[in-house]
Design a protein around this ligand. Sequence first.
Ligand code: FES
Length: 159
Amino acid sequence: MDRRTALRTLLRCTCALAAAGVGCGGEWREAVVLDAPDAGACAEGLTPGTPEQGWVEVKLDAHPALREPGGSAEVRVPQALLDVVVVHTADGCYAALWRICTHGDCAVGWKPSEGLLECPCHGSRFGSDGRVLQGPATRPLAAFPAVRVGDSVFIHRPR
Ligand code: FES
């Protein structure tokens, strides 16, 4: 399975779960891990490119929690094959992490009190840069460059 196909498969599964309003099903399935560049560092000052180059605009009006440091939001843009947790990690710095756990097909969530992402299915934990803090997952979450410009956050999701 190539990278684009893997990403489409992951997005379909996520959107299907979201549409059904359910979390992880009773059956555990190993995740197809998205291969993405290490992008956990703060991208402040980076100039976003065009949609054709893989940049996706996320308007803060739709996700007001992202305006303040510590805020987070689940951002899904199916037409851009984007399904991430976005976290305003520090003043001017954002993290955008693939939402599907690398251990199975459950959606991770941001725990602001601990400053990490946790999977509700088997307890894997990930840092805001995507690295594994606690298993059973052994592979990091894909992290995408994210930068604020004006009243939007732009996320680079390579295709
Ligand atoms: S699916 Fe098992 S820890 Fe996330």
